[in-house]
Design a protein around this ligand. Structure first.
Ligand SMILES: Nc1ncnc2c1ncn2[C@@H]1O[C@H](COP(=O)(O)OP(=O)(O)OP(=O)(O)O)[C@@H](O)[C@H]1O
Ligand code: NI
Length: 300
């Protein structure tokens, strides 16, 4: 899927919240793109836009094309019958609350398969995500967090979608379970899907992402192969995020992101930026080399 110039703003009581500004990126088969950034920077809004799940006060611009269909321009019928579940599978944030408590995992998964791709075998699908058949016969409250997560991932795969979106799929899980979930998502990319993982957890992103996108105050500020971005961040905000990790010395970035109702015209990171004095302030992403983009004119 090629996303170009995606912007989302919300109109709230006369104010304008600019949640996503001019985001362009590609979700490629075989790749897992992790989208990271502080709380409130626009990650979930970006994902919701791709699924046509934004509320009525949202205004969306740009395009997101796959196989000739622009999902941002699609009507509700197209979204319901072609996009959600079939083109893009969604792994929810909380697996247990996503499932109906009064029905077994098997009956819910079977229903999703019947609705989306009846030729899929439910047990085979469960097996692919590491769910033993016995677990399928349990009710959601009888499942461990890990098993519930696998049911949710199996549900996301029920329509065999080429794209999988996972918005904070590991929040609240312990580290071994985070790792297993990440490995599972990486496996989905390895079998040829395009995966977009939204996470606060840079350690999780480092484990499984092939590509990394860093978002700050509604804009992508850096995008590139994950290994390169982690080893040699170009944007001072990316450097700041890495420095805030335990292995980076627990040094959080001083200050706070700006209000999305009052974004500056130029670089929104400037007030917190350690190198801002020589910066032109142009916030657009530009090519740094063959496979990296950065929105800073003075990469550090
Ligand atoms: N329906 C809405 N109306 C107005 N503002 C909204 C609406 N939905 C989201 N926002 C605002 O859009 C901005 C981006 O929100 P979003 O949920 O995408 O952040 P996020 O990066 O996913 O944060 P987190 O990491 O905490 O999940 C926030 O300032 C949020 O308050
Ligand atoms: Ni979010």
């Amino acid at each position: 899927m090629i996303v170009e110039g995606l912007s989302v703003r919300f109109l709230v009581r006369g104010a304008e919240v600019r949640a996503v500004t001019d985001a362009s990126f590609e979700l490629r088969p075989g790749r897992l793109l992790a989208l990271v950034g502080e709380s409130g920077c626009g990650k979930s809004v970006l994902a919701s836009a791709l699924l046509g799940l934004l509320p009525g006060n949202a205004e969306v611009r740009g395009s997101a094309r796959l196989n000739g269909l622009d999902v941002l321009a699609a009507d509700e019928t197209t979204l319901a019958t072609k996009v959600r579940g079939r083109m893009i599978g969604l792994v929810p944030q909380s697996a247990v609350t996503h499932l109906t408590p009064v029905r077994t995992a098997r009956s819910q998964l079977a229903e999703a398969v019947r609705a989306l791709k009846p030729d899929q075998d439910v047990d085979e699908l469960a097996e692919r995500v590491g769910l033993p058949p016995k677990a399928l016969d349990r009710y959601p409250h009888e499942l461990s967090g890990g098993m519930a997560q696998r049911v949710a991932i199996a549900m996301a795969l029920a329509g065999d979608p080429p794209i999988v979106l996972a918005d904070e799929p590991t929040s609240g899980l312990d580290r071994p379970l985070v790792d297993r979930t990440m490995d599972l998502l990486a496996g989905l990319a390895e079998e040829g899907r395009a995966v977009l993982l939204i996470t606060h957890d840079l350690a999780a992103a480092r484990r499984s992402a092939t590509d990394l996108a860093v978002m700050y105050a509604s804009r992508l500020v850096e995008l590139g192969p994950a290994a390169k971005v982690f080893a040699d961040p170009l944007h001072p905000y990316t450097t700041g995020l890495l420095n805030a990790l335990p292995e980076g010395g627990f040094r959080p970035i001083p200050g706070h992101p700006p209000e999305l109702t009052h974004l500056p015209d130029g670089c929104a990171f400037r007030p917190r930026c350690p190198v801002s004095d020589t910066c032109s302030g142009d916030p657009a992403l530009v090519a740094h080399d063959d496979d990296r983009l950065v929105a800073c004119r003075r990469p550090c």
